[in-house]
Design a binder for this molecule. Structure first.
Ligand code: NAD
Length: 266
């Protein structure tokens, strides 16, 4: 996909990985709907982008992605404001093992909902232009995370859903490619939550273990995740892929064995 003049909606765009993704999309010539529940940080990030890019190229929409009405409204606003929608980055996510139901709600249910709403706007059978959806999972979506079991489950869910809906999109000729990005530890404010009882609950006692893991694996810079996003968007061959980004191996793809199908010889 040529990114110039395309319209993207990025959730969790006020800071961290989402903000870096918005920056990279703007640098490529996209217009970006910045969606985030943190209104103060969201406005600050819009102001920051206005210093670098034409003010018309971004819109900030305060929205809690876990609220169905607010999420639908955010998509509607972006579509009506820019007149089209080509790219959705379902990035907003939290780490909360204490109030774990909300982790499933934000990290998995809202990503599923964001994908379905995005498809409604973009799929060709609805008169859309086609496009691309990228759902942000984590390396914790591929391996166990003993001190963050629900976060881990939510991120495994994102991968399973995204690979599956990518297959459905292909079979139904939606014209929308759907992929997942799985970063290792990234240097963003979410990492501070491992020190808080309100986030870690019964797993707070493992804080030092998590800190040791981060030290061992190293922290990735947010722009590297944005680089991975741009690679996925620009390569029209990618659908249902799981991109891993780690300190050791950089940007690379998870390899799965091909699934046997009924047409395979026994
Ligand atoms: N930082 C890491 O180490 C890391 C590693 C792998 C995956 N991830 C994933 O990357 C994504 C972005 O994380 P980050 O590191 O940038 O975190 P972050 O906390 O720095 O940023 C997350 C953003 O999402 C927003 N957000 C949270 N809940 C929301 C909601 N209900 N509605 C709307 N906005 C909401 C926050 O306000 C914030 O601006 C998350 O899905 C996270 O799980 C992060």
């Amino acid at each position: 996909m040529h990114l110039k003049d395309k319209v993207a909606l990025v959730t969790g765009a006020a800071q961290g990985i989402g903000n870096a993704c918005a920056q990279a999309l703007l640098e490529k010539g996209c217009k970006v709907g910045l969606v985030d529940q943190n209104a103060e940080a969201g406005k600050e990030s819009k102001d920051n982008f206005d210093k670098q890019f034409d003010t018309q190229r971004t819109i900030f929409i305060p929205c809690d992605v876990s609220d169905e009405g607010q999420l639908k409204d955010a998509f509607k606003k972006v579509f009506e404001h820019f007149g089209r929608l080509d790219i959705v980055v379902n990035n907003a996510g939290i780490n909360n093992e204490n109030n774990w139901e909300i982790t499933v709600q934000v990290n998995l249910i809202s990503v599923i909902r964001g994908t379905y709403i995005g498809l409604e706007y973009m799929k060709t059978e609805n008169g859309g232009n086609g496009g691309a959806i990228v759902n942000v999972s984590s390396i914790a979506g591929l391996v166990p995370a003993p001190y963050q079991p629900v976060y881990c489950a939510s991120k495994h869910g994102v991968i399973g859903f995204t690979r599956s809906i990518a297959g459905a999109s292909k079979e139904k000729n939606y014209g929308v490619r759907i992929n997942t990005i799985c970063p290792g530890y990234v240097n963003t404010p979410i990492l501070q939550t491992i020190e808080k009882e309100e986030n870690m609950g019964q797993y707070l006692e493992f804080k030092e273990n998590l800190q040791a893991l981060m030290k061992f694996y190293g922290l990735l810079p947010p722009p590297l995740i944005a680089e991975g996003l741009i690679k996925i968007l620009e390569d029209d061959t990618l659908n249902g892929e799981v991109m891993k980004i780690t300190k050791g191996q950089g940007i690379h793809f998870h390899e799965y064995s091909p699934l046997p199908t009924p047409s395979d010889k026994q």
